[in-house]
Design a protein around this ligand. Structure first.
Ligand SMILES: C[C@@](CO)(OP(=O)(O)O)[C@H](O)COP(=O)(O)OP(=O)(O)OC[C@H]1O[C@@H](n2ccc(N)nc2=O)[C@H](O)[C@@H]1O
Ligand SMILES: Nc1ncnc2c1ncn2[C@@H]1O[C@H](COP(=O)(O)OP(=O)(O)O)[C@@H](O)[C@H]1O
Length: 284
């Protein structure tokens, strides 16, 4: 096989709790992760010599070694001493540095695509272990679906699929650095933590309202302190019929959960937020 086409799906966090700062500098988290339909498209082609070429349609991402897709390809080429290379075309639809794990999704897609092209025979679990070397969110992006993530995000337990639901995502015209958000978090003064087990019970019961009621992310306090308008965006989504709304990951994207696509579309078209990108997506 000389080329593969892949979809790299974004994620949202339904809950995000930070328990403590670890000696390795990372934070011990407990979070419920959900794959969503918003995706990048990748085309990975075999190159006859040991070379990695990134061709992206977005100027917002690095085109060389700093690209997570490049790092994923380099990892497998080195690990398996491959005597060839790859060209990776990236068609970006996931907003960058938005809390939606776009880079991690691309890296996960490269691991999967190269596993096919080079017939490496790696299992999903083995691909997740390689993913761990690239970033905390990459193993989840390899696995997909719905999961409880612990450790620094790489210890995953699969959860049942959530009921089908639509999302409206609001991505403001700025990005935030995940590292800075974690650094600014004061763990001892967190005001509200998620009731993770209660949300897991709601997922098991297929109770969308229960899931929406339990949405909670301790990083909101940090990002909202810098960007107070995000709190207002969450309220706007609820006023327009969202069952619940939350910031995803370290932000700044906020999303609302709606029962139907029609409800989501109606809410999205009534929002007038200059500079913001409004996207409609769905869970599962
Ligand atoms: C906050 C979350 C929630 O899903 O997502 P995003 O907002 O990035 O999408 C994740 O924890 C982000 O995961 P990811 O973006 O893959 O993190 P990495 O690249 O491994 O780490 C970036 C930086 O974030 C900090 N970091 C990350 C994960 C973690 N559990 N503790 C941390 O302290 C570290 O400072 C690290 O250097
Ligand atoms: N393929 C890629 N797609 C998106 N961002 C990338 C990629 N490769 C490297 N990056 C960098 O990774 C950082 C985090 O981006 P991203 O994964 O989109 O956001 P987040 O960590 O908030 O979910 C950005 O600074 C971006 O420049």
């Amino acid at each position: 096989m000389y080329a593969v086409e892949l979809e790299a799906k974004a994620k949202i966090n339904l809950t995000l709790d930070v328990l403590y700062k670890r000696p390795d500098g990372y934070h011990q988290v407990e979070m419920i992760m959900q794959e969503i339909s918003l995706r990048d498209y990748l085309v990975i082609s075999l190159l006859p010599k040991k070379d990695i070429r990134i061709v992206a349609d977005s100027k917002a991402i690095p085109d060389g070694e700093a690209n997570l897709a490049f790092k994923a390809a380099k990892l497998l080429i080195e690990e398996f001493n491959l005597d060839a290379g790859v060209e990776i075309k990236i068609f970006k639809e996931i907003p960058v540095a938005a809390g939606l794990a776009g880079g991690s999704a691309d890296a996960a897609a490269v691991l999967k695509g190269m596993n096919e092209i080079f017939e490496l025979g790696l299992s999903t679990e083995e691909l997740m272990l390689f993913g761990e070397k690239l970033g905390a969110d990459v193993p989840f992006c390899v696995m997909g679906g719905t999961a409880l993530a612990c450790g620094k995000g790489e210890e995953l337990s699969r959860l049942p699929a959530v009921p089908p639901a639509s999302l409206v995502l609001i991505k403001p015209p700025y990005s935030v650095s995940t590292r800075e958000v974690y650094n600014r978090l004061k763990i001892n003064s967190i005001k509200k933590r998620p009731e993770t087990q209660t949300v897991i019970e709601s997922i098991k019961k297929g109770d969308l309202e229960g899931i929406a009621k339990g949405l909670c992310n301790v990083l909101e306090e940090v990002t909202f302190a810098q960007h107070p308008e995000l709190r207002k965006f969450k309220e706007m989504l609820k006023e327009r019929g969202a069952f619940g709304s939350l910031m995803s990951g370290s932000g700044p994207t906020v999303y609302g959960i709606f029962e139907t696509k029609k409800d989501a579309e109606r809410a999205a078209t009534s929002l007038s937020l200059p500079g913001c990108t409004i996207l409609i997506s769905c869970m599962a």
